[in-house]
Design a protein around this ligand. Sequence first.
Ligand code: NAD
Ligand code: IPM
Ligand code: MN
Length: 348
Amino acid sequence: MSINIVCLPGDGIGPEVTESVISVLNAVADKFKLEINIDQQLIGGAAIDATGDPLPAKTVSACQNADAVFLGAIGGPKWDDPNAKVRPEQGLLRLRSAMGVFSNIRPLTVFPELVDASPLKPKVLEGVDFIVVRELTGGIYFGDKHRGENFATDECRYSVEEIERITKVACELAMQRGKKITSVDKANVLETSRLWREVVTKLVSQNYPEIKLEHQLVDSCAMKMIQNPAHFDVVLTENMFGDILSDEASVLAGSMGLLASSSIGEGSGLFEPIHGSAPDIAGQGIANPYASILSAAMMLRWLNYLAEADAIETAVKSSIASGILTRDLKSESEIKTHQVTHAVIQNL
Ligand code: NAD
Ligand code: IPM
Ligand code: MN
């Protein structure tokens, strides 16, 4: 059996965490007698530097032809000039759009050994286990943008079909879990949110009568996610709200360096940690690779390599339990990225 994976290291800590993923995948291939072919391609600032384009055509076709794609992270101060014609982030947004990966799944697990890594009280973290289902290829990210002399606009647009398809994903997930969905919007202000609420309500009541659906405004949801996070099971929301709420959720786990994600649509899937290129720590070899390694496990699970995915997840749990933690999780730690990678491989 052979699997063809495209890896997009990107910028900042992106290449550092991608290196971990490649080492872990090679070790899994060895252990399970699989052939995993890894093709590395350019994206983001690295692609701008090399070609002038944050998403070269060669990268797009490689990704579209791969079984799955792993992305490290893109962006950084070098490419942040507000007047620049091209930005690293455009590369990632164009890739999500080209791959049609409209559903971004961001699970939140609190590892018992890491309860102290979170600034929240241990009691608040008891029983916390939810998934953010973020719509990924619509909304304000993809509407028309305009810059006038003294103003700027970003159009926020959602179609019924876009809302329906992401709602179905959330429903299917909810049916395998606690059968509860919190749909998050800003229906007291935004027209797109009023449409969102209407479409979600109708679809759930007609097709998934067993699911308990509630609606929550995004501002109070942000509060509740910290005050009573165990309340949530599946959090369904639009593109920008999902971006913000999932970074907030990472505080419950203890670090951004722990949250993995999968982005799925009709074709091959895209797997990435939720964090960015972390320019403040890039180049020091201290990035936490667990989020990326767990994204690789999500990738293998999605490709139906269940034993392999389980093996990675179990190895990550063991490494965390034995205290192999980078500085973001344990302030005085001297543990480097490659030592975490090594520990995970040893535990496979
Ligand atoms: P960020 O996620 O890069 O970093 C936020 C904070 O979390 C930083 O203090 C960073 O050091 C820490 N952090 C993040 N990941 C970590 C890890 N694996 N290990 C240890 N610490 C980690 O967010 P930012 O600083 O707002 O953005 C920096 C750049 O990243 C920007 O250019 C942004 O556009 C880009 N970005 C890219 C992606 C992506 O590629 N998917 C996601 C978010 C942000
Ligand atoms: C993420 C990032 C991206 C997003 C940026 C870099 C475009 O924050 O993957 O969460 O907003 O989707
Ligand atoms: Mn984000």
